[in-house]
Ligand binder design. Structure first.
Ligand code: AMP
Length: 308
């Protein structure tokens, strides 16, 4: 089944302990759609400026990504984000955010996008997430991602959209910030009371936790010896998770387990290089191999029957 995503397409400037990459392709919708398109057809809604390199658009076109919802504003400037990572690679420090063309963006979904069964509102202003949600007709599953900027400054709009979604993905610090709880399980419970039936807490190198009313699941991250640039790991994870759900048509906890592992598999490729450098070369057989490594890494036998 297909999967609709709205989010940012960006020019990023990133600094990690291993080097700097100015003017790199980034954005929540970019990482998400590149990841998800390895698993299911993707429909993308976003806006770019005149300065956005055409080669990136071509690269997305060559994947299973329908770009009819991508608007290029003549004379406009693309969204820009600058961030850096210190020794703690799990959390980005935002140095600068320039909304540019996103400041006046009015998403308009092409008619054939409106019946998409799986919808993901990737990290962007919650008002834009809401505007997209208003244009889709009875989706099967709606996921959403957000960040500290919107939790701190656009809380009312964010709470509004949270009432209307099924699954929220956010990182651990953001979960605590949104809920006011310092314990992750309590934070997830509090967030579920805001609307989403499922909360997925992303924990960087420690993987991700799934919470619904009755189940908890822990998906580990792959213990890579060298993490080069964590930018986009969260969006890549969400793309893998939603892409897998859309591919299988599932929405229950059992599907989420596999979907989250697929998210962690894809995230583990993104962090191996700057920007989408590694993600863009990932192949199906590579996904398969790493998925098996995750299974082997987490498999253990039950206790012997005679164990007291
Ligand atoms: P993450 O997956 O959390 O590492 O997300 C990284 C991406 O988020 C970068 O490529 C940025 O361009 C994008 N980003 C950062 N801040 C924002 C924002 N305020 N709105 C939308 N996208 C953002």
């Amino acid at each position: 089944m297909s999967l609709l995503v709205v989010g940012s397409m960006a020019i990023d400037s990133v600094e990690t302990p291993f080097g700097k990459r100015p003017e790199a392709l980034g954005g929540s919708a970019t990482f998400f759609s590149m990841s998800a398109s390895l698993l299911s057809p993707v429909r993308l809604v976003a806006v770019i400026g005149q300065d956005f390199p055409e080669e990136h658009v071509q690269m997305l076109k060559e994947r299973r990504i329908d770009l009819q919802g991508l608007e290029r504003v003549p004379g406009g400037k693309t969204f820009r984000w600058a961030g850096k990572y210190g020794e703690n690679l799990n959390e980005a420090i935002t140095l600068d955010t320039q909304l540019n063309v996103f400041a006046d963006f009015k998403p308009r979904l092409p008619e054939h996008f409106r019946d998409t069964p799986y919808v993901f509102l990737a990290n962007i202003h919650p008002k834009l997430q809401l505007e997209v949600l208003e244009q889709v007709r009875s989706p099967k599953l709606v996921g959403l991602d957000t960040m500290n900027l919107w939790i701190n400054h656009e809380r009312a709009a964010l709470l509004e959209v949270l009432k209307r979604i099924d699954c929220l993905t956010l990182n651990e610090t953001e979960a605590k910030l949104l809920s006011g709880e310092s314990n992750v399980a309590k934070a997830a419970r509090a967030i579920r009371s805001m609307g989403p039936k499922v909360v997925v807490v992303k924990r960087g190198e420690y993987g991700a936790l799934y919470f619904d009313q009755t189940h908890i699941f822990h998906a580990p991250a792959y213990p890579l010896e060298q993490v080069f640039d964590p930018t986009g790991a969260g969006d890549t994870f969400a793309g893998g998770m939603m892409g897998y759900l859309a591919r299988t048509g599932g929405t229950d906890a059992a599907h989420f387990r596999q979907a989250m592992i697929m998210g962690c598999v894809l995230g583990s490729f993104t962090v191996e290089a700057f920007s989408v450098d590694r993600l863009k070369t990932v192949t199906g057989p590579e996904l398969n191999r790493r998925f098996k490594l995750f299974r082997a890494m987490t498999h253990f036998e039950d206790l012997p029957e005679d164990f007291a």
